[in-house]
Design a binder for this molecule. Structure first.
Ligand SMILES: *[C@@H]1O[C@H](CO)[C@@H](O)[C@H](O)[C@H]1NC(C)=O
Ligand SMILES: *[C@@H]1O[C@H](CO)[C@@H](O)[C@H](O)[C@H]1NC(C)=O
Ligand SMILES: *[C@@H]1O[C@H](CO)[C@@H](O)[C@H](O)[C@H]1NC(C)=O
Ligand SMILES: *[C@@H]1O[C@H](CO)[C@@H](O)[C@H](O)[C@H]1NC(C)=O
Ligand SMILES: *[C@@H]1O[C@H](CO)[C@@H](O)[C@H](O)[C@H]1NC(C)=O
Ligand SMILES: *[C@@H]1O[C@H](CO)[C@@H](O)[C@H](O)[C@H]1NC(C)=O
Ligand SMILES: *[C@@H]1O[C@H](CO)[C@@H](O)[C@H](O)[C@H]1NC(C)=O
Length: 821
């Protein structure tokens, strides 16, 4: 609701902002570099394009922010809408789009929760059936994962490089110095033969002649490294030009003009991907302790800081990232030689591929076999909310883990209601008077549903003092509701889920004793209060419970399909842990990021698809370590076709309310890294396949060097490990090709679970492979059953099914989502 009012406010402003002379940053995009141009030639070409719409050489020079040089052919520049329109008419130009219009931000949950902690959440070893994945993948050593995020806190123990080998030889990344960030914050040099992490002063401007830049870079190579530092970070850069063109100079009061993380988000995602095993981590006066570790503990990390605070807003209220900065970061990451990119950034807008900086950057990455994992977004459970929709991206939803922080409520009636919390504060062992917030508001407040939400200033200290207050979720932050109860003198808070939140509880380090209950239990407590003379309660201090059931289930906030951009591509692709995830944190901001909270923590518990994305990036890194030559599509396919569909009660995955979830929630299922290493078959796709897909997908071609055929195949025909057909009229046949990556001489047969009301035929139904690397094609024919269609009243509703190839060892499963015309 808050978001909606903010949105309408911005929409009102928009016509004012976009006047014809007002300059803003646009990206002018040409496709792929041909590869035969020098840096100077690239720069000159971009400059001459700019000059064609600017009146002077000087103006063109000053308006150019970035000239993307490694793979992405394009530039970012300050243009008026007229100038942008003129450039977009040029034949060579694929698209011209604004850098800032899309409200890109990091994808933690809307409310800003957190803290506390216990046993590492990222605990894959206990799930490791084959036992040897991490070992076989050498824990990800020699693989570089790049992250686009809010920076990194390099001193965290999670980033220790103790016992790690030399930096991969192909690495070309740099350590960019800045506020509180110098050469010793990137990987130390262990012997003189090893390639050092080069230092670039942020004062070297791209306007300098190349030989000067080269000289400065060489000179800075000689900067002595602090040999005592132990870090695994081998690259760190930051990107501010797009941000500063929109917001003005960065306010460095609460932010670093360097790769250092002030927010905490980037440190969290980085350590989820590749944090070392750190035992006995603890927070908030030792409230809890346990082991934290990343998915690929020996992987190398490279941070590309692109997200920054929104001026005039508190950090907890979000951040902003621009297309211009993100494209610069992805272009550099490609040039530096990352193997995997983890991007926990999204927007609530649905952007065409040609105007989406992440989609464009990821296509260039995919061309070089770089796997790109992105968050699906936190706008669920409403339908059609997923972001990062390009088929060359792995789009990750969020689900729970099997660990809860049990802190039940005991009511005066003797009834015990389940609750969860990581608050460091405890109640005395006695009963307290219990009130519902809606009944104890300051005089004059209407006693509506909103009154029960403990919004700032709403509670009457007289009526609340010394009592436990039941507050409901809805508007406002969860931690903020606790602050209000504390302000009014309450003893503790019970935070009740709304119906929409269902059974999903994001735990919080509240500022007072408190616990959180699911929506059904909130009603139970409310009932008890309403029908009891003197209601009382107490809260039992938190205890960590492992192997909680059911787990996983889908987080209610996880964004869902159908795909709002191209309904013939199924999104999200997969789900991974994103609820109450423990990982490292920045020591520059507090656990909750709220201004009144001064509790510094080294580890923090956070929720969001931001947290699930790096889990999948880590899994991709392990697969890359074992199969270095696999394409980005092959890695994605391996992860998807081996994903699980059952929870730890051997029942189908559910949503937070307990209903069966479907592929629009979890894509192909819950990731299982140990299975993904040996998928048997993969659905591969090349850069050309993606361009062919773009020809058919009602969108612009992204590469002018590619000629679309006269008749393009259906977008459903892209060789994807999932199948979506929107508005099927009668019958449709699509082609799929699988590549054998399992044993030689293997025989696969297919089983089909058709979507309700459709028949599905696969031909042939048996595939025999003589050798590894061999490809076999088959067709899938989906037909609407007329009888069922008329019974359903021709409703345009999606139904789901599966087809699964199996030999005696492997299971290669694909989800189907079909709707009829
Ligand atoms: C880098 O900064 C640290 C303090 O954060 C300092 O101890 C160290 O000497 C600096 N190293 C270099 C090479 O400037
Ligand atoms: C920078 O941020 C600080 C802290 O939020 C604020 O007090 C100050 O006014 C800001 N400075 C400018 C120039 O906006
Ligand atoms: C864990 O840390 C706490 C305090 O941070 C300390 O008291 C305790 O001895 C440590 N435990 C182990 C096993 O190291
Ligand atoms: C949040 O506040 C707005 C404006 O006061 C109100 O219209 C809306 O119903 C509230 N939402 C919830 C979930 O209480
Ligand atoms: C309890 O009473 C409150 C008002 O005091 C009302 O809003 C709520 O619907 C009642 N709930 C139940 C479960 O009786
Ligand atoms: C479905 O196909 C039939 C014939 O193939 C055609 O007459 C009809 O208009 C189509 N319906 C839609 C909704 O496209
Ligand atoms: C599937 O592939 C076959 C052989 O390559 C081709 O003849 C056919 O047209 C394709 N069908 C579709 C629907 O693309």
């Amino acid at each position: 609701m808050r978001n909606i009012s903010l949105l309408s406010f911005l929409l009102l402003l928009l016509p004012l902002l976009v006047s014809c002379t007002e300059r803003q940053v646009y990206i002018v995009y040409f496709g792929e570099h041909s590869g035969d141009k020098t840096l100077q030639e690239i720069h000159d070409t971009h400059h001459s394009f700019l000059l064609s719409v600017k009146s002077t050489e000087e103006e063109a020079k000053l308006s150019l922010l970035y000239s993307y040089k490694n793979s992405i052919n394009g530039f970012a520049a300050l243009l008026t809408p007229d100038e942008a329109a003129k450039l977009s008419e040029r034949d060579e130009v694929v698209s011209v789009f604004p850098s800032h219009a899309n409200k890109w931000s990091l994808q933690t949950t809307r409310s800003w929760e957190f803290v506390g902690l216990e046993e590492g959440t990222v605990d894959w070893e206990h799930k490791n059936k084959r036992g040897s994945l991490l070992h076989e993948a050498k824990y990800g050593q020699d693989i570089v994962v790049g992250l686009l995020d809010s920076g990194i806190w390099p001193e965290s123990k999670s980033f220790s490089d103790e016992g790690m080998g030399p930096i991969p030889k192909s690495w070309k990344g740099i350590c960019q110095t800045g506020d509180d960030f110098n050469s010793s914050h990137c990987n130390r040099v262990m012997d003189p033969l090893q390639k050092p992490c080069r230092i670039r002063s942020n004062k070297v401007s791209p306007g300098l002649p190349l030989w000067v830049s080269a000289f400065l870079a060489k000179a800075s190579n000689m900067t002595p490294h602090n040999s005592n530092t132990i870090l695994k970070l081998i690259g760190a850069r930051y990107y501010l030009k797009g941000y500063e063109a929109h917001y003005g100079t960065l306010n460095t009061t609460n932010e670093y003009r360097s790769p250092r993380d002030h927010d905490g988000h980037g440190t969290h995602t980085s350590s989820t991907v590749g944090g070392r095993r750190v035992s006995n981590v603890s927070a908030l006066g030792g409230f809890a302790s346990g082991t934290a570790k990343g998915g690929a503990p020996l992987v190398r990390l490279a941070m590309y800081k692109v997200c920054w605070p929104i001026p005039g807003k508190i950090a907890a209220a979000g951040n902003t990232c621009t297309n211009a900065d993100m494209l610069a970061a992805i272009d550099d990451a490609i040039g530096d030689g990352v193997d995997v990119l983890s991007i926990s950034i999204g927007t609530t807008e649905t952007l065409p591929y040609a105007k989406d900086g992440i989609a464009i950057g990821a296509l260039h990455a995919a061309k070089r076999n770089i796997v790109v994992a992105c968050s699906a977004g936190n706008s669920g459970p409403a339908p059609s909310t997923a972001s990062n929709l390009a088929p060359w991206i792995i789009t990750v939803g969020a689900s729970s883990v099997d660990r809860i922080f049990s802190s039940p409520v005991v009511l005066g009636s003797g009834m015990i209601v389940k609750g969860q919390t990581v608050t460091p504060y405890k109640l005395k062992k006695k009963m307290y008077p219990l009130v519902y917030a809606g009944n104890v508001v300051v005089p004059g407040t209407a006693k509506t549903y909103i009154a029960g939400q403990c919004l700032p200033g709403s509670l009457s200290p007289k009526a609340v003092k010394g009592k436990i207050v039941l507050c409901l979720r809805g508007n406002g932050t969860r931690v903020g509701k606790g602050m209000e109860v504390k302000r009014a003198g309450g003893a503790a808070m019970i935070l009740g889920n709304s119906q929409m939140n269902g059974a999903e509880i994001s735990v919080d380090a509240h500022v007072l004793p408190g616990t959180a209950v699911v929506s059904g239990d909130a009603t139970t407590i409310l009932n008890y209060i309403n029908f009891t003379n003197k209601p009382t309660a107490t809260i039992v201090p938190a205890r960590t419970v492992l192997q909680a059931q059911p787990a996983p289930f889908m987080a209610a906030f996880s964004s869902t399909g159908p795909n709002p951009l191209e309904p013939n591509v199924l999104k999200p692709d997969i789900t991974a842990p994103g609820l109450n995830i423990l990982a490292a944190w920045s020591e520059a901001s507090s656990a909750t990021k709220l201004p009144d909270d001064h509790r510094i923590v080294k580890y923090n518990i956070v929720s969001g698809t931001s947290m699930s994305c790096p889990h999948v990036a880590a899994a991709a890194a392990l697969i890359k370590a074992i199969h270095p030559r696999w394409s980005s599509a092959a890695v994605k396919s391996a992860l998807m076709t081996t994903a699980g569909l059952k929870n730890n009660m051997d029942k189908p995955l559910t949503d937070a309310a307990g209903n069966n979830a479907n592929p629009f929630n979890f894509g192909s299922g819950h990731f299982q890294p140990t299975e993904a290493v040996d998928p048997g078959l993969v659905y591969d796709a090349s850069y050309t396949d993606y361009l062919l897909f773009l020809c058919s997908s009602r969108v612009q071609n992204l590469d002018p060097s590619f000629k679309c055929p006269n008749v393009s195949p259906s977008p459903s025909n892209l060789n994807s490990p999932s199948l979506a057909i929107s508005k099927l009229n009668g019958t449709m046949t699509v082609n799929r090709t699988v590549t054998n990556v399992g044993g030689s001489k293997s025989l696969y047969s297919v089983t089909i679970t058709p979507p309700l009301g459709f028949s599905v035929k696969i031909s042939p139904m048996v595939l025999f492979f003589k050798g590894v690397g061999e490809k076999k094609s088959f067709t899938v024919t989906v037909k609407a059953e007329e009888e069922m269609m008329s019974r359903r009243g021709m409703k345009e509703e999606y139904v789901f099914g599966w087809y699964t190839w199996t030999d005696s060892i492997h299971t290669v499963r694909s989800p189907m989502a079909v709707s009829s015309a």
